[in-house]
Design a protein around this ligand. Structure first.
Ligand code: GDP
Length: 563
């Protein structure tokens, strides 16, 4: 049982509206319908005004679904510490070239406008077309989101078990089921948003068991919530699987694209999805799926490369992302803003241990199977990689090194792992003997949780804080096949050195490789050619911008075509 989450809930009840900001739990969205509509109207008119007018005239906005509750002690210490790093230039473009809209309340979600002070300048900028599409999509989320008349109508149709086709108000929905580990969930959310954008669907995310999503991320869309309300009328939607009559494969295969009597379509794009279900990637949304008002999606995957296989989306994707390798990076900067509680963990650790180093190296260690095991071959492989790629200096053979004048260069190493054993060994290595090149190497690890858990409040918050911390490093080594690692490097726009996973407890040779792009690897993409309608090939086609992942031969990743 998640006692931690329980205590936070109690704190919320005792302290409504802390900091003077009105709160509304996502569980109260229905009763807040009028307010949502009012907020939505206000946002619509604001979007049409100039940015200058926006900044000067708009009062702090109130968002429904904002889960800001936490003990007073935490609020005082965290909000006080959530400023931009002392001494940083104050003229940073906090709106990231128009990717973000101004007007969100700054205190209730400090990371939204502050992360720019911790991050390197964006290496890929959003295209003007993407910015326009995002503003249009925000308007759609506000117009059709929970609490609005169209949403109430749409859920009533679903509840009354009518055939839910052809909405006449232009409000269609994509419901994302949350499951599995945090890395998987972030990949799923990022790519589900791209799918919502491509298909003009309102994205509603299942807050997950224990309602943990609002403890992790702030609301991304102004004036509305992305949290699926708890009274969503499809009972046990989290249990849907490939056998469901509504699954895309069953609809397409058995009914020859007949949509008669269909309430919703269930897209099963889990890592083990059948080829028939993966046909979603080839669907020309304009011909079939657009008639279905509700789509429920299960995926633990990064789906975005799959959309690039579909000729129906080709020109739209090209206009939104002229650089193919920027998809995850730009969407995550737009969508994923950690809550104050998580952001406080990120900034406190960063300012204490990483900020002042000349260089920051991230090492993400994921041991599958027995997670808390001390695996010598994993440690050997990490050290072989960092040595081969000149990421960590060799230790001095004499036991000396360091301490001389002029002041030595410093390197801070951030290690994340469920076990502390790897950190302890590497730190001791640089304690017993200094670095041969005189560098001062400090080694830090925020937590060692022992075992992975799913949907466990504080455990998830630590994991998210560590993912963000890794994304703030300058260079990074990640573990092959780990979605935790994929998200960490992709979020930071870092092209990682990825260690190969071996199945026989040996050290891979070579131990690691620099990947072709900063994009995450996608394991489950169509194994067919959407253009030729050839469903017999068993390897996904490769193109100039879709390449095989270094660590998963059956996976693909987006990359920029070589000049
Ligand atoms: P994957 O299993 O490596 O693909 O990554 P996921 O993030 O999907 O699932 C692993 C889960 O284990 C995470 O969600 C965390 O709960 C936990 N975990 C794994 N590695 C770490 C780590 O380095 N730090 C922390 N705090 N948690 C971790």
């Amino acid at each position: 049982m998640d006692t931690t989450t329980g205590s936070r809930e109690e704190a919320r009840e005792e302290e409504p509206g802390w900091l003077g900001i009105e709160e509304a739990s996502p569980f109260t969205v229905k009763s807040k319908a009028t307010k949502v509509a009012a907020d939505a109207k206000r946002w619509s008119s604001l979007v049409n005004a100039t940015l200058v007018v926006l900044i000067m005239t708009m009062p702090p906005l109130i968002f429904i679904g904002g889960r800001l509750g936490a003990p007073t002690v935490w609020i005082k210490s965290t909000v006080a510490n959530l400023g931009a790093p002392v001494g940083e230039e104050s003229s940073k473009d906090v709106l990231l070239g128009g990717l973000l809209v101004p007007g969100f309340d700054k205190q209730s979600c400090a990371s939204r406008y502050q992360s720019v002070y911790y991050r390197k300048n964006m290496t890929r900028l959003p295209s003007p077309y993407l910015i326009r599409r995002l503003r249009e999509h925000e308007a759609l989320q506000r117009r059709c989101g929970p609490g609005t008349e169209p949403y109430i109508r749409a859920t009533e149709r679903l509840r009354s078990e009518q055939q839910v086709l052809d909405s006449n108000d232009g409000c269609n929905y994509l419901v994302l089921i949350s499951y599995r580990g945090l890395g998987n969930r972030i990949l799923a959310t990022n790519s589900a948003f791209l799918y919502a954008l491509l298909t003009n669907r309102v994205l509603l995310v299942d807050p997950g068991h224990g309602n943990t999503l609002p403890d992790l991320f702030c609301e991304p869309f102004p004036g509305t919530t992305w949290l699926l309300p708890p009274d969503f009328p499809v009972a046990n939607f989290r249990d849907l699987d490939e056998a469901a009559p509504e699954s895309y494969a069953n609809v397409v295969m058995n009914r020859s694209r007949s949509v008669t009597g269909l309430r919703f379509v269930y897209a099963h794009l889990d890592h083990d999805a059948s080829q028939a279900n993966r046909l979603v990637y080839c669907d020309d949304h304009r011909e079939f799926l657009h008639r279905v008002q509700w789509m429920i999606l299960r995926t633990d995957q990064y789906m975005s490369p799959g959309f690039f296989f579909n000729p129906a989306y080709e020109s739209e994707l090209q206009r939104m992302f002229p650089r193919t390798d920027s998809v995850f990076y730009i969407i995550s900067r737009y969508l994923l803003h950690p809550t104050n509680e998580v952001w406080g963990m990120v900034t406190r650790f960063y300012n204490s241990y990483l900020k002042d180093a000349d260089e920051r190296l991230g090492i993400q260690i994921r041991v599958f199977g027995d997670e808390n095991k001390s695996a010598q071959h994993v440690l050997d492989q990490i050290l072989a990689c960092t040595s081969r790629e000149h990421l960590l200096p060799a230790v001095a053979s004499t036991g000396g090194g360091g301490g001389g004048a002029p002041p030595p260069r410093s390197k801070a190493v951030l290690i994340t792992c469920l076990s502390s054993w790897y950190h302890d060994n590497i730190r001791e290595m640089y304690w017993m003997s200094g670095a041969g090149n005189g560098e001062v190497v400090s080694v830090h690890q925020p937590s060692h949780e022992g075992q992975q858990q799913w949907f466990h409040g504080e455990h998830d918050m630590k994991a998210l804080a560590e993912i963000f911390l890794l994304s703030l490093t300058d260079k990074i080594v990640t573990s092959g096949q780990s979605t935790f690692g994929y998200v960490s490097h992709a979020l930071g726009g870092l092209t990682p050195f990825i260690t190969y996973r071996t199945m026989d407890e040996t050290v891979a040779d070579p131990p690691c490789a620099r990947t072709v792009s900063m994009e995450p690897c996608a394991f489950t993409v169509p194994h067919f050619d959407c253009v030729k309608k050839d469903y017999t090939v068993d390897i996904p086609p490769r193109t100039a911008t879709i390449r095989t992942c270094e660590d998963v031969f059956w996976g693909v990743k987006l990359t920029e075509a070589e000049a």
